[in-house]
Structures are given as structure tokens and as C-alpha cells.
Design a binder for this molecule. Structure first.
Ligand code: TYM
Length: 326
């Protein structure tokens, strides 16, 4: 019997992952994979709320599987799977939907954001937190490493577990969000939260050229080379915090404060350092791309394991709610 606590998290296969996904979430999955029994998901059914192109979805799923492995998740240590290979989560999501009220879910940020975009909001987007609660609770999760933007979703999972337990008896563990203060909201190239929908991302596997293009368009103020600059408010410096280390970082800060460095030079240093960080990731991704058989096998195996555990939980849930006959 494992004595390790359970870690679970997921990413939507809705386009290429960026360095915000990495620092906000993926890095923690890698750093914690020895300490926790870990379940890492490609949440393909969640992505269906926004991607309705089968070719694109299929490719995004495969890309995300490779991305997870390329950053160092070890399939011998973790269970990596595709959400749709665990159909029990959609069953559990329905059950949660029946014990949750509409006004409660209407307060979810993601739904409110979708509503303000004046698009017609699909029911999947509205129910999104219920499917996420099912992902988390079905595996008896202790901690959920995520960025700050997912905190409310984890809180909804906690509330849902408590509501179910109150209604039907102790069944679900109450999960804790795991959010590192230093990376809770990773900055985009425009200083807002890095997000695909803001067009301010740097791809986690970006090419030299893409990194350069993204960094060179970072907006700065118009201070000359000699003028002192405030590292706290500069968008370029905000990224140096993650890619420039040790004495080089201290020197950079001193030169910002004293004057004597221009934004152009600061950007060039940043491009070099991001590239130094990304180059080995690109390389390991390239190798994995040539080993698709292994990648698909990891997903299949992970799906089987996760589904087996989920089925055990569901048989308990079905009894609790009264749909299992003697
Ligand atoms: P998603 O796919 O939007 O994002 C994946 C992870 O990346 C984090 N993240 C960030 N962290 C810090 N700064 C940023 N700028 C930034 N941008 C993204 C997100 O917080 C997230 O941790 N609903 C989830 C997927 C999901 C899930 C789950 C997560 C479904 N089921 C169960 C945990 C457990 C989502 O859409 O993440």
C-alpha cells in the first residue's frame, strides 16, 4: 500500500503550452513527482468547450503528451492519461451537477469572463468546474498544483466534496490547491497574465526566432540608456527573474537602478537566457516526437490505471446515491 499522498493536475490540450504553464504548473508536477503519487491529465473533454475541430484536438492531445514527457515527467513514476480514457469522470460530473445550484456556478470567473466576451456560452463552459471537480475528487486527491487562475476551480471542488459528503456520507477527500507564491501569475510579454487569449505568450518549445520576436516586442518606457530604470515595473525585467540567475541577475538589477543599460541590451540578454533554458527542452521534445509508439503506450497504460481507480471510487459513489441495486 502506498503511503504517499496523491497529487493530481491537468492542462487543456487547446494549443501549445507556454512558459507560464510551465512555471505556474508543469514545473511543480516534475519537482513533486518523487514525493507524491501523481496523476497528470490531458483534459481533452474540457478542451472541447473551445476546440471543435477533431484534427486539431487530436494533434493537441498528442502534442501535450509529448510536452509533459519533454519537461521531465517520468512515466515510471507518474500516471499520465487522457481525461476521456476515464469515462467515470463524466458520470461523476453529472452527479455533482445534480447537487450544485445554478447561482453557485454562475459566480465562477471563467463563466463570467466567457459571458462578457459576448459569445454564446455553451453549457460545457458553464459546467466546466463540475468536470474538473470530478477529475480531482475521483482520484482521492490531496494536492492540486495549479496557477492562481485555477484557485477558484479547486475551491469549487472542495465545496462540492463537502456538499456530497454532507448529503450522502463521507466519501471524498477535501483537496488543497498548491500554488507557489512566486509564480502564481506568470507575466506575459505585455505585463498582464501570460495567456493564449491575450496573445502575450512565449512557447515553452519556441524556436530561437520566435523567442527573439516575442522578446523584442515587449513594451517598455522610453528611458535612454543612461537613465536609471525601475526593475519592479519593467516587463523585460519581470521575465529576467525566471531566466537570469546569480551574479548576472544582481548585476542587471544594479545596472537598471544606476542607469547604463538600455532596454535593447536587456532584451538581448533575456533572449539569450530564455534560449539557453528552452534549447534542451526542444531537443528532448524532438527525440520524443520520433518515439510516438512509446508516447501512445504511456497514455494507454495511464488511462487504464486511472480508470481502474476511478471505477473503485464510482462503485462506492453509486451505492451512496442509491442507484446500485442489491
Ligand atoms: P489550463 O489548461 O488553462 O492551464 C494549465 C495550468 O497552467 C496554469 N497557468 C498559469 N500559471 C501561472 N501563470 C500563468 N500566466 C498561467 N497560465 C496558465 C494554470 O493555472 C493551470 O494550472 N481547468 C484547468 C485544467 C484542469 C485541471 C483539472 C487542473 C482540468 N481538470 C484538475 C487541475 C486539476 C485549466 O484550464 O488549465
Amino acid at each position: 500500500m502506498s503511503v504517499k499522498k496523491i497529487l493530481l493536475s491537468g492542462i487543456q490540450p487547446s494549443g501549445r503550452v507556454h512558459i507560464g504553464n510551465y512555471f505556474g504548473a508543469m514545473k511543480q508536477f516534475v519537482d513533486l513527482q518523487d514525493t507524491y503519487e501523481s496523476y497528470i491529465i490531458i483534459v481533452d473533454l474540457h478542451a472541447l468547450t473551445s476546440t471543435q475541430n477533431p484534427e486539431e484536438l487530436r494533434q493537441n492531445i498528442i502534442d501535450l503528451a509529448i510536452d509533459y514527457l519533454a519537461v521531465g515527467l517520468d512515466p515510471k513514476k507518474i500516471t499520465l492519461y487522457k481525461q476521456s480514457d476515464v469515462p467515470q469522470v463524466t458520470e461523476l460530473a453529472w452527479i455533482f451537477e445534480c447537487i450544485t445550484t445554478m447561482p453557485y456556478l454562475s459566480r465562477a470567473h471563467a463563466f463570467k469572463d466567457a459571458q462578457t466576451q459576448e459569445k454564446e456560452v455553451n453549457v460545457g463552459t458553464f459546467n466546466y468546474p463540475m468536470l474538473m471537480a470530478a477529475d480531482i475528487l475521483i482520484q482521492d486527491t490531496d494536492i492540486v498544483p495549479v496557477g492562481q487562475d485555477q484557485k477558484q476551480h479547486v475551491e469549487i471542488s472542495r465545496d462540492t466534496a463537502e456538499k456530497f459528503n454532507r448529503t450522502f456520507g463521507e466519501t471524498f477527500k477535501i483537496p488543497e490547491p498548491y500554488i507557489l507564491p512566486s509564480v502564481q501569475t506568470f507575466p506575459g510579454t505585455d505585463g498582464q497574465k501570460m495567456s493564449k487569449s491575450y496573445g502575450n505568450t512565449i512557447g515553452l518549445f519556441a524556436s530561437d526566432k520566435e523567442i527573439k520576436e516575442a522578446v523584442m516586442k515587449i513594451p517598455t518606457d522610453s528611458k535612454s540608456v543612461d537613465e536609471p530604470k525601475n526593475p519592479e515595473t519593467d516587463n523585460v525585467f519581470a521575465l529576467h527573474r525566471f531566466f537570469t540567475a546569480g551574479p548576472e541577475f544582481d548585476e542587471l538589477r544594479d545596472r537598471y537602478e544606476a542607469g547604463g543599460i538600455g532596454y535593447q541590451e536587456s532584451k538581448e540578454i533575456l533572449v539569450r537566457n530564455i534560449n539557453r533554458f528552452i534549447a534542451p527542452l526542444r531537443e528532448s521534445r524532438g527525440k520524443l516526437e520520433k518515439n510516438m509508439k512509446m508516447v501512445l503506450e504511456v497514455l494507454r497504460e495511464g488511462g487504464k490505471q486511472a480508470s481502474k481507480r476511478a471505477e473503485e471510487k464510482m462503485s462506492e459513489v453509486r451505492k451512496r446515491i442509491g442507484i446500485t441495486l442489491p
